[in-house]
Write a protein that binds this ligand. Structure first.
Ligand SMILES: Nc1ncnc2c1ncn2[C@@H]1O[C@H](COP(=O)(O)OP(=O)(O)OP(=O)(O)O)[C@@H](O)[C@H]1O
Ligand SMILES: [Mg+2]
Length: 354
């Protein structure tokens, strides 16, 4: 007891939601201390890191010739190990208190069903970034805990966490994932669908920031009241002879909703497949408990309504959907002895039960 108090004065336990789009950090006893885009800006010639997070995102799409902006995460897993190490080191250091001299213990959320190589990549990266010990937890479990679903109870709860790279669908009971699916379709795929639409229908080339902006301003999955109906978009219009000129045009919410149909239907299909596999008793629970949506993608207006219509289950967006996973990690950090006391590969769900 005394020893653990002593160590916690010099060290800290940290929860990291290492997302494709955003990284959030919760420090035990302090709450969420960091929330920044998962972006790194590098000097093209030397490979040296110029900026990380919010600062680096501002350079995205606008970088001068010698700056390269990189997203080290793709589809929820590490795509560029070297850059991911640098990014994690920066975020961990920025999150820590001044007096902490010992390396921190870290818990990181990872997509459901990632393979051994992907698992090891996250563990290695966290160690290289300065973690003393690393534990991993499946993202949908963390998300369900974070939105306060009764995961430890003998009843079925369903969470759908729609991130930038993946959508994680899971049915959880007695602290364990009973059925789940992770599909590589989330907010990024929505942005791509908007980009493709603008090119195909309007011959307008737009960047990823513009596509995301369109989605957030007039994107929807269902026609909802009080929505902005149109907006102006600027890009480069491609001419017939391969030339292009800057152009601004007006687009409508209706056309963007249609453009978003493909990724939206993919997410709904994953929800339905998971329900199809579910045991009858748990299916019965879900009739009462419904479906909870989390992750940034759940903020797309009308997505809850579409899922509700297609499953017949009450569907509700969590209060702070972007914080669901990191809040879940914060809850898990409240029982450090159980969490870090068990072997590295043990199921976190079993620990949460006790
Ligand atoms: N108001 C909004 N409407 C629609 N989409 C939104 C809105 N706000 C944020 N998003 C989208 O949410 C996504 C980011 O969500 P989140 O931070 O949960 O992802 P992530 O955790 O980084 O990704 P992953 O879990 O796949 O690794 C982005 O695609 C972003 O465009
Ligand atoms: Mg996420």
């Amino acid at each position: 007891m005394l020893l653990s108090k002593f160590t916690s004065f010099f060290s800290d336990d940290i929860g990291i939601d290492l997302g494709t789009m955003n990284t959030l950090v919760h420090v035990a006893g302090r709450g969420i201390v960091l929330e920044e885009p998962s972006v790194v800006a590098l000097n093209k010639d030397t490979g040296k890191v110029i900026a990380v997070g919010t600062q680096a995102k501002e350079m995205l799409g606008r970088n001068p010739g010698n700056i390269l902006t990189v997203r080290p995460m793709k589809d929820g897993v590490i795509a560029n190990a070297e850059v991911a190490d640098e990014m994690l080191r920066y975020f961990i250091n920025k999150s820590r208190g001044h007096y902490k001299v010992m390396q921190p213990r870290v818990i990181i959320a990872v997509p459901y069903g990632i393979n051994e190589v992907e698992t090891r990549a996250v563990q290695d990266s966290a160690k290289k970034a300065g973690a003393r010990e690393v534990r991993l937890v499946e993202e949908p479990l963390a998300s369900a805990i974070g939105v306060k679903l009764p995961v430890a109870e003998p009843t079925g709860s369903m969470i759908v966490d729609i991130g930038g790279g993946t959508s994680e669908v899971a049915i959880i009971s007695l602290s364990n994932i009973v059925e789940a699916e992770s599909v590589k379709c989330g907010g990024d795929a929505m942005d791509d669908a908007i980009k493709d639409h603008m090119m195909k229908v309007h011959s307008l080339l737009i960047g990823e920031r513009t596509a995301e902006d369109i989605k957030k301003k007039i994107g929807s999955a269902y026609k909802v009241d009080n929505m902005q109906e149109e907006m102006e978009v600027s890009g480069r219009e491609l001419g017939q002879h391969g030339n292009s000129l800057p152009r601004t045009m007006t687009i409508t919410a209706d056309e963007i909703r249609k453009a978003l149909d493909v990724p939206v239907n993919q997410i709904i299909a994953a929800v339905r497949r998971t329900l199809d596999k579910c045991k009858p008793e748990l299916a019965g629970d879900l009739i009462n408990n419904g479906i909870r949506l989390a992750g940034g993608g759940s903020l797309l207006p009308g997505l809850d309504r579409r899922i509700q219509d297609q499953t017949g289950l009450m569907t509700i967006v969590a209060d702070t959907p972007l914080h669901a996973v990191v809040n879940g990690l914060g809850e898990l950090l409240k029982m450090p002895n159980v969490l870090f006391g068990q072997p590295q590969n043990a199921s976190i769900g079993n620990a949460y039960k006790r």
